[in-house]
Each structure stands twice: as structure tokens, then as C-alpha cells.
Design a protein around this ligand. Structure first.
Ligand code: BES
Ligand code: ZN
Length: 882
């Protein structure tokens, strides 16, 4: 266990490594009671560091040191200092070979960092700092070495032995054991190291690259999952093709392997040539996985594959640069998903996540820039800011440069830095050098935290036929950062005439352009743009395509929003207008008497949507989703969760009551019997049918109930079965709900991924997921404290999605969460730290919630032996704001 007090690490203290490792020779002896790791390192002093007397410092965590030799000579205990997390050898030559033998206990590793066991197999997770739990090593990404790995284990129990690269040798050993040796020709940081040993089924496929090289594709899964590999394999091939076509990037090894493991802290990991996945992010068949899961798998498989270039070939110099690989790779996977399905819908999903959760993070106590300046525990910095805002920052660069220059920039970046560990600044520099554009001010997006707020005012001068927009930007203070400088913001815009047609955007009297869409570049605190030759006052369509991760304030009228909702040529803004209208209506009902009228124009708008068969049905399905409670809370200064929940429900109820017949018709129009097909139009139809069902059940409609029960019984795939289950669980038909829940569990009890859905459909439901049920589920035979997916499905879904129950006025939800965090902190600090997040924004809530949330944080703070992970989040949350 980690013993030292949490300390803060600063970017400003970065030093180039004093030693480099050229080659690593590893030998793993795997046993049931532990593993012995033999490591032979070829080390040399880094002349660039200019520290020719520096001691050799190696990281280590939870290791038993069995042997330490320098150039074959065993070191005496006075020749090195082994201080818990660091092994220091004061006097070493300029070049030498170091042999380290450690003993570790994977079978007792519940943190799931380093080498551990999951359902009987050995596997690893080394990012960010897990390799130090395997052996003593300079565990930092700017030390890149070539690895050769020999894995030895019992042949019967562990027939499959994997590591990075190509298998170069295999053979049998005494006592029924065997070995396989792997060699990875590409130098890599140790966080990309991976090892797997188990009794796994192999699924093979083949891919031919653009240049004609043949690649072996292999998936390794537990035998019972053999029929759940096809979708991931197909997704992988699509991703490989896409990266060739869009970025000109080919795969570089002869083998690409994917392994599925049940116990995994994250979604998946891009280890060189050997990606390891959380089972829930890779295994799917139509009868066990929903459309949402299929889409998620496609994007995660692509994401990890894309890292082979954006992360592995070019990696991060230090962990402050994490967004260099994660932001860029999220941008790449999100463009991939847009190209595979509906681009508008993908944009809506990304913007929703950003505005709901990243904006909240950026406004809370954990706010940090895309390139943070300090951290205590790096695991806490795999955040929405690093990932999603980081991806938006890359997107803005592309918007500013245009697609051709952006591609030129990415080519230059990959060419210039291939095989290197670099910084976000190197990325921006390559973009600047390839395009000739000055991104000096743009770099502030990496340095300043906080979501920029744009206040837009407009004016129409009928005499001059000029419409003007004045935009003021302001970036709020965040912990440790005040008085920020204005940023360089690409601001997409269109103007509509009274018939809803796009107008030409002429920026001066002499401009005869026919462009109807432009990207304005905001750089100052206050800027005015004029649009000439306009015979009437237009309706502005602002921040088209969500061109920047900012908040926009403009005094839209409800009529304007209705108008944009049905006319805007920008699909994203059409959706956004609907959201803004719904937000406006719901907000005006917060705290209002129960009989207050629901804006009839909203009902009219939804009536059109439910019956609209012309518009992209995937977009219609999105437009029919009311803004989430989390988003409404995010928009409210002192959020009263119960009042927001009630107001939103009131609107849901009114819409469903009013449109009841249309919803039934919409259901029948879209519900399909027959086999599952995975394409955007089928997915959109299923989403529409299931949305209609959910609304009907929300009002406890009798016909809806029958439709749901029939769909549940007849479903030929999980999207429909789970859709019916969810609708029933969220109704007041308690007897039906309990029956389908029991049937569902009986049918799927052997399938962990489906059982996870079964847990979360209950815990996330405000009608069914009360604390009593959540507590009961923690005692359920299928629950497992050691399995992060189960913890997320029960505790995470309750605290993160079931807001009305979690924020129970008596504080019971908060106390419950604090208790579970303390319990988990002893076994898995990373998972515990992530569960703190629903409490961190306590200051944002109305007083009746705030106090209970704060008290819960204090309980966690006072727990003895708190991990560094939880310590950082709790202490930052309780600290006085900047
Ligand atoms: N490199 C990460 C996995 C990771 C995250 C390792 C945190 C260690 C700590 C991987 O590429 C990743 O980003 N995975 C995401 C899914 C992805 C689609 C955004 C994840 O695991 O959630
Ligand atoms: Zn990633």
C-alpha cells in the first residue's frame, strides 16, 4: 500500500529523465500464490539531462525485492536505498545493466492496477502508473524502451500467454508449465506494457492494409463469450480502414489483439498490439446488448485502435500532457462515429455530455485546464475536461484551419514526432507550421480552466439595412486562476429570414458573398460584427454545430425558439432550440403551483415532432428527449433538485397526456418485429418506438402497459427487451414491474453484462430505485464488491442518474454514498475516488441539500488511511473556492 502523505506534483518542475532505458527483458513466472518478475534493463545516462552525478531512481509500489544486480554483481544493502515507493541507487556508471527480481501477489490485487487476476486469468493495467506495481522501473512516459517479454505459467490453466508485439518463441517447461516469448520492435513507455495469461478462446480475422500488408486480428475471450465478438471485430476493421482514409495512418505490427476482461477499472486500454477491454465495452450480440451498447463498443474499439498513432507512436512527455493523446483520440473516434452514423446526432450527444458534465466539472472545485499545471493523483485527471474539452479544442483547430490544412498539420505532427514523447504545445506547433496560422492566443484553451461565457446582443438598423451582433466574452474564475485573458473562439453563425431561409452573410457594404454560414473569430473581450444588405431583421442561429465549448446567452423569445426548431438548416441548432425552449418552460415551472399551465407552444412543437416522418428520424428521436435533470441543475444557481424533478415530470406528464394518441401511433409506426439489423435508420426507429413507450408508461397508460408487456415477451433482441423493461420499471404498475424484473434476471443471470443492465435499470429509476432497493441490491447474489462494473451499476447509477432519490431531503442518499466510498477505498481507490464526484459540487445546491452533501464529504475526509485518490478529490471539494 502507498504510505506517504499525498503531495502535489507540478508541471513547472518537469525535468528530462536522468537515465534512459534502451531495452527491457522481462520474465514472468506466474503461480497461484504469486508471481516472480525478472527484469533486465539496459540503462544509460541521458546526456541531455546534464546531470552526470545523478542517482538512479526507480519507482515501485507494493513490491517485494528479491534480487538487485548491477552488471551481474549483487548490490549490498548499503548500495541502494529502498524507501517504499522509490528505489535509489546513488552511484552507477554511465551505462550498465540492472537486474531486478520482484515478487508480487496478483491474486490479492484488488486495486486492479499492475498485474492482477480477473475471473481466473492474469491481466495487466499499467496506465498511468501501474507498471511500478510489477517491477522497479522509471515509470514515466518519456522513458521509451524496447520490450521483450517471456511469460511462463501452468499450461493447463493458462494455455494462452500474451504480451505486446510478435510471438517469437514458445515451448514446454517442467511441471506441466510452458512459456511464450513476445518481442515488441517499437520503443514504448511502460504504461503501454501488457500481459495476459488464461484459458481463452481465440477468434481470428484478417485485414489487408492500404499498402497491401496482411494483419492478423485476434480476439481473446472466455469460451462462454465466443459468440459476442463479431461486432467488435467488424468495428475494428472499419476503424482501421477509416484511419487509413482520413488520416493516412496504417497499422504497424503483424498482429493486433483484443482481450476482454470482466474486472477492469476503465473502459479499455490501448496497450501496444494488445488492447485490453472491459468486457462491457467489447462483447455484444443482438440478444444481449442494446443499440447504445453496440454504438459504444464501436467507438471504444476505434478509440483504442486510433491510439496506436495518437498515443503510442507519438506519446506524452509527462502526464500533464494527457490530453495530447486523449483529447486528440476522442476527437478522432467521434469523427469516426459521425462518419459511421448520423453526424448531427453524434454532435448532439457530444455536446450534451460536454454541457451537462464537463461544464459542471469546469465550474466546480476540481476544475482544471486541458493541460493541468498540477495534480496529486494522476488517476483523478482522466476527466471530462482532458477528454471531451480536449477533443473540442482539437475540433476548434480544425474549424479554424479548415480540413485540408488540419490534415497537413496532423501529417506533420505524426512525421515530426514519430517515436517521441511530446507536449500539447508540440501538437499546436505542428498545426501552426503546416498552416501558417498564428495559434498564439488559441493556446490559452490549454492553459485556462473554466467555460467561456458569451453574451450576445443584437441590433437592426432598418435605414442602413445592417444587422449587428455584439459579443462579449468572460471566463469565470476557477480554483487557483482568476482574471483570465480572452480566448480565441470560432463562432459559427447563420441568419434566417422570416420564411426560415438562410440569408447571405455580408460583412461589409462591398461584400457580395453568397455564403450563408460563417465562422466568426472572437479574440477580444467585446466585438461587434455587422451584416449588410438585410431587408428585414433576421433571426440569428448562434454557435452553429456547437463550434466551441462555450455557454451562449441571448434573449431568445419562445417564438424565436419555435421558429428555429422547425427552420434552422443547422441540425444541431434545430435540436438546441428545442432544448432551450424546454429548459425555459421547465425552469418557469420550478416551484410553481401544480396546476400552472405548461406552455402550449411546447406541446405543439412536440406534436409536430412525434408525427414528423420527413425529418431524419434519428434527429427526431433526440429532439423528443427532454433536457436531463443533471443539465437543468447545471443551469441553475442554487439548485433545488426536488423542485426541478417535479417541474420536469410535470412537463413529461403534460406532453404524454396531450399526445397520447400520437405516441401510440408513433410506436406502431416504428416498432419492428423480426431480426436485428444494425444501421442508423433501424436504430432510429427502435429509439423512437422505445421513447414513445417510455412516455406512455410514464403516464401509466393501459394500452402502453400492454404494448410494453408484449414487447418484453416477444423481443428478439436486447434493445427491445431492455426498452420494455425500462419503461415498465419507470411506471407505477408495480406488479408488472416486479414480474418482468424477476423474469429478466432469471433469463440472464449467467450473463454479467446483462445483469449489470438489470442492476442499473432499477437503481437509476426514480420510481423504483429507492434507497431500500439499492441497499438490497448490494446484498444480491449477483453483486460483487470486487467488480467495478457492478459497483458502477448499483452505486454509480444511483448517485449519478437517480438524482431525485440520491438527493433525498433527509440526506440519506449522501450518507449512503459516503459509506460505500469509505468501504471501497480500502480495496479499490480509483473506483472510490470516481464515486465522490456526485458530492463534489455541493456548493451549487440549495441549502437543504448543501449541508448534507458537505457533511458526507467530511465523513469521508475523516476516514483513517484514506487513499491519495480519494484524499485529493475530497480535500479539493471542501477547500474554500478561489
Ligand atoms: N488510455 C485510456 C485508458 C485509461 C484511462 C487508462 C485511465 C488508465 C487510466 C483509454 O484510451 C481510454 O481513454 N478509455 C476510455 C474509453 C474511451 C472510448 C474514451 C475509458 O476507459 O473510459
Ligand atoms: Zn484513450
Amino acid at each position: 500500500m502507498r504510505t506517504s502523505q499525498p503531495t502535489t506534483i507540478y508541471l513547472s518542475e518537469y525535468q528530462v529523465p536522468a537515465f534512459l532505458v534502451d531495452h527491457v527483458d522481462l520474465r514472468f513466472e506466474l503461480f497461484e500464490d504469486g508471481a516472480r518478475v525478472h527484469s533486465v534493463l539496459d540503462i544509460r545516462r541521458n546526456t541531455e539531462a546534464g546531470r552526470d552525478q545523478a542517482a538512479l531512481e526507480l519507482d515501485g509500489d507494493s513490491l517485494t525485492l528479491e534480487r538487485l544486480q548491477l552488471d551481474g554483481r549483487t548490490l549490498g544493502e548499503d548500495e541502494y536505498d529502498n524507501q517504499g515507493e522509490r528505489l535509489v541507487i546513488a552511484r552507477v556508471p554511465d551505462q550498465f545493466q540492472l537486474t531486478v527480481v520482484t515478487w508480487i501477489e496478483p491474486q490479492n490485487n484488488t486495486r486492479l492496477e499492475g498485474l492482477y487476476k480477473s475471473s481466473g486469468m492474469f491481466c495487466t493495467q499499467c496506465e498511468a502508473e501501474g507498471f511500478r506495481c510489477i517491477t522497479y522501473y522509471p515509470d514515466r512516459p518519456d522513458v521509451m524502451a524496447r520490450f521483450r517479454t517471456r511469460v511462463e505459467a501452468d499450461k493447463h490453466h493458462y494455455p494462452v500467454l500474451l504480451s505486446n508485439g510478435n510471438d517469437v518463441e514458445r515451448g514446454d517447461l517442467a511441471d506441466g508449465r510452458h512459456f511464450v516469448t513476445w518481442e515488441d520492435p517499437f520503443p514504448k513507455p511502460c504504461y503501454l506494457f501488457a500481459l495476459v495469461a488464461g484459458d481463452l478462446t481465440e477468434k481470428r480475422d484478417h485485414y489487408t492494409t492500404q499498402s497491401g500488408r496482411g494483419i492478423d486480428l485476434r480476439m481473446y475471450v472466455e469460451p462462454r463469450n465466443a459468440d459476442k465478438c463479431d461486432h467488435a471485430m467488424d468495428s475494428l476493421k472499419r476503424a482501421m480502414r477509416w484511419d487509413e482514409e482520413v488520416y493516412g495512418r496504417e497499422y504497424d505490427l503483424d498482429i493486433f489483439m483484443i482481450v476482454a476482461v470482466d474486472d477492469f477499472n476503465m473502459g479499455a486500454m490501448e496497450n501496444k498490439g494488445l488492447n485490453i477491454f472491459n468486457s462491457s465495452c467489447v462483447l455484444a450480440s443482438p440478444d444481449t446488448a442494446t443499440d447504445v451498447a453496440f454504438e459504444r463498443i464501436e467507438s471504444i474499439v476505434a478509440h483504442e485502435y486510433f491510439h496506436n498513432w495518437s498515443g503510442n507512436r507519438v506519446t506524452c512527455r509527462d502526464w500533464f500532457q494527457l490530453s495530447l493523446k486523449e483529447g486528440f483520440t476522442v476527437f478522432r473516434d467521434s469523427e469516426f462515429s459521425s462518419d459511421m452514423g448520423s453526424a448531427t446526432v453524434k454532435r448532439i450527444e457530444d455536446a450534451t455530455l460536454l454541457r451537462t458534465a464537463q461544464f459542471a466539472e469546469d465550474a466546480g472545485p476540481m476544475a482544471h485546464p486541458v493541460r493541468p499545471a498540477s495534480y496529486m493523483e494522476i488517476s483523478n485527471f482522466y476527466t471530462l475536461t482532458i477528454y471531451e474539452k480536449g477533443s473540442e479544442v482539437v475540433r476548434m483547430i480544425r474549424t479554424l484551419l479548415g480540413p485540408e490544412l488540419f490534415r497537413k498539420g496532423s501529417d506533420l505532427y505524426f512525421e515530426r514526432h514519430d517515436g517521441q514523447a511530446v507536449t500539447t504545445d508540440d501538437f499546436v506547433q505542428a498545426m501552426e507550421d503546416a498552416s501558417g496560422r498564428d495559434l498564439g492566443q488559441f493556446r490559452l484553451w490549454y492553459e485556462q480552466a473554466g467555460t467561456p461565457e458569451l453574451t450576445v446582443r443584437d441590433d437592426y438598423d432598418a435605414g442602413r439595412q445592417v444587422y449587428s451582433l455584439t459579443i462579449e466574452q468572460r471566463i469565470p474564475d476557477t480554483p487557483g486562476q482568476r482574471n483570465k485573458k480572452p480566448q480565441h473562439i470560432p463562432f459559427g453563425i447563420g441568419l434566417l429570414d422570416s420564411n426560415g431561409k438562410d440569408l447571405s452573410l455580408r460583412l461589409s457594404a462591398g461584400d457580395h458573398s453568397h455564403l450563408t454560414e460563417r465562422v466568426l473569430e472572437l479574440t477580444g473581450e467585446l466585438q461587434t460584427f455587422e451584416f449588410h444588405g438585410l431587408a428585414e431583421r433576421p433571426v440569428p442561429s448562434l454557435l452553429r454545430g456547437f463550434s466551441a465549448p462555450v455557454r451562449v446567452f441571448y434573449p431568445w423569445t419562445r417564438d424565436q425558439l419555435m421558429f428555429l426548431m422547425s427552420h434552422d438548416s443547422d441540425g444541431f441548432n434545430r435540436w438546441d432550440a428545442g432544448q432551450r425552449l424546454a429548459v425555459d418552460v421547465i425552469s418557469s415551472l420550478v416551484g410553481a403551483p401544480a396546476e400552472a399551465e405548461v406552455e402550449p407552444r411546447l406541446l405543439t412543437a412536440y406534436r409536430h415532432l412525434v408525427s414528423d416522418t420527413e425529418l431524419d428520424q434519428a434527429l427526431v428521436a433526440k429532439m423528443l428527449q427532454l433536457p436531463s435533470e443533471a443539465y437543468l441543475i447545471e443551469l441553475t444557481a442554487e439548485a433545488d433538485v426536488q423542485a426541478i424533478h417535479a417541474a420536469r415530470n410535470r412537463v413529461l406528464q403534460e406532453v404524454a397526456d396531450t399526445l397520447r394518441d400520437e405516441l401510440v401511433a408513433c410506436y406502431h409506426r416504428n416498432h419492428q418485429s423480426g431480426d436485428y439489423t444494425y444501421n442508423s435508420s433501424a436504430i432510429a426507429r427502435r429509439a423512437l418506438a422505445n421513447t414513445a413507450l417510455a412516455w406512455l408508461l410514464h403516464i401509466n397508460d393501459e394500452e402502453g402497459r400492454e404494448l410494453a408487456l408484449r414487447q418484453f415477451k416477444d423481443a428478439s433482441h436486447m434493445t427491445d427487451q431492455a426498452g420494455a423493461l425500462r419503461a415498465l420499471v419507470n411506471s407505477d404498475f408495480e406488479a408488472d414491474r416486479d414480474r418482468v424484473l424477476a423474469d429478466f434476471f432469471r433469463q440472464w443471470r449467467e450473463d454479467p453484462q446483462v445483469v449489470e443492465q438489470w442492476f442499473s435499470v432499477q437503481t437509476a429509476s426514480p420510481r423504483c430505485g429507492d434507497l431500500e432497493r439499492v441497499r438490497a441490491l448490494l446484498e444480491h447474489e449477483a453483486f460483487d464488491w470486487k467488480n467495478p462494473n457492478k459497483v458502477r451499476a448499483v452505486i454509480g447509477a444511483f448517485a449519478g442518474q437517480n438524482l431525485a432519490r440520491f438527493h433525498a431531503p433527509d440526506g440519506s442518499g449522501y450518507r449512503f454514498l459516503a459509506q460505500q466510498i469509505c468501504r471501497l477505498d480500502d480495496s479499490n481507490p480509483q473506483i472510490a475516488a470516481r464515486l465522490v464526484s456526485p458530492l463534489t459540487r455541493w456548493r451549487k445546491f440549495a441549502p437543504q441539500y448543501r449541508d448534507g452533501m458537505k457533511a458526507a464529504l467530511e465523513t469521508v475526509r475523516d476516514k483513517a488511511g484514506l487513499s491519495r485518490d480519494v484524499y485529493e478529490v475530497v480535500h479539493k471539494s471542501l477547500a474554500e473556492p478561489a
